[in-house]
Write a protein that binds this ligand. Structure first.
Ligand code: NAD
Ligand code: AOT
Length: 310
């Protein structure tokens, strides 16, 4: 299948490498010129549990792409999504399918401004990846994907996309309720990404703190209250238990969340406004109180003011 990865940082590189290895015709699209140039000149350098490797995979700046993909996999950060959707308009046809696996809330409304519902497939992933520098990523650990069509007639197409990912070893499953999956993953990120970034620790270190259970439950309860107003039912204890299992080093314990990578490692802006910030903002619209999410959002923005270079 002809596949374009739109946003080829840590996760886009992982998906690009695995889909190409399975025999697909894959290109990477990214607006970071040094990254694109390094990949084209030296290959993409990947660090795995079995050592280091160079993978040849064509990379393009958005304005230079001359390729008509059957499938586009979106992997920008949330803030970069509208610009990427705008930039790839020239390569999309009426039949191009787009899969969005970004973390965060509110992306469907953004994507619907650029594409028909029938072409949009939403999902979440628990794969992880780390960007070490231009053209250089670390891909360790195991993962999975859940995907669903958002237009009821497109179930078969969603199952076919799951098949393409699955054959590539990406462990994809059709989700019967992707909005639930998206909200539950947002709870993972709204707790672990935000708190590991403020506390400057990895997931296992956070999980070992005496405060971890109570903090997670408070945040998940706020997410659940807002989710209920969007017709998604989250069970706070079930979601907190799901998060608690990730502390184990055999799960995601050794992972430094992408928000930590952005702010602490690279002094870049974070996705907070699409996680706790989204919840705090929607709560206000619904007349709900979510003080923990509101304060965490302000704390991350304050830390961005201290660390992000202009
Ligand atoms: P990333 O930051 O690695 O890549 C996103 C974009 O940022 C790319 O376009 C990349 O080129 C650009 N970028 C990165 N460093 C740059 C630099 N120094 N200068 C200029 N541009 C730079 O993002 P990611 O971690 O792959 O995340 C993509 C999406 O997947 C996000 O929504 C994230 O929350 C989600 N996600 C990430 C992980 C993870 O482990 N990283 C896991 C699950 C979901
Ligand atoms: C993660 N991490 O989603 C994935 O880093 O943004 C991220 C992310 C799966 C399980 C636990 C954490």
């Amino acid at each position: 299948m002809k596949i374009a990865i739109a946003g080829a940082g840590a996760m886009g590189s992982r998906f690009g490498v695995m889909l190409k290895r399975a025999g697909n015709d894959v290109i990477l699209i990214d607006s970071w010129a040094e990254h694109v140039q390094t990949i084209n000149q030296k290959g993409l350098k990947i660090e795995t549990d079995h050592g280091s490797k160079q993978v040849e995979i064509p990379a393009f700046l958005p304005q230079d792409v001359n390729f008509q993909p059957e499938l586009v996999v979106l992997f920008t950060k949330s803030m970069g999504l509208p610009k990427m959707l705008q930039d790839i308009q020239p390569i999309l046809t009426a039949n191009t399918k787009i899969v969005c696996l970004l973390n965060g809330l509110g992306h469907i409304a953004t994507i619907e401004k650029y594409l028909n519902k029938a072409n949009i497939f939403m999902g979440v992933t628990v794969w992880t990846a780390t960007l070490l520098g231009p053209g250089h990523v670390k891909l360790i650990g195991d993962g999975g994907i859940e995907i669903q069509n958002i237009e009821p007639t497109q179930k078969k197409a969603a199952e076919e996309i799951c098949g393409v990912f699955d054959v590539a070893g990406l462990k994809a499953k059709y989700s019967a309720n992707v909005m639930f999956s998206i909200w539950r993953k947002a709870c993972v990120n709204g707790t672990l990404n935000t708190l590991c970034t403020l506390l400057e620790c990895n997931i296992a270190q956070f999980g070992s703190l005496p405060q971890s259970d109570q903090l997670v439950k408070q945040i998940v309860a706020e997410f659940a209250a807002v989710a209920a107003h969007e017709d998604v039912k989250l069970n706070v204890d079930e979601v907190a238990a799901y998060i608690g299992k990730l502390y184990d080093p055999s799960q995601a314990g050794e992972h430094y969340p992408s928000m930590y990578q952005d702010l602490i490692m690279h002094h870049r802006l974070t996705e907070i406004d699409y996680l706790n910030g989204y919840v705090a903002q929607r709560a206000e619209q619904f007349g709900l109180k979510t003080p923990v999410s509101a304060t965490l959002t302000e704390l991350i923005h304050a830390k961005e003011s201290l660390l992000v270079k202009n």
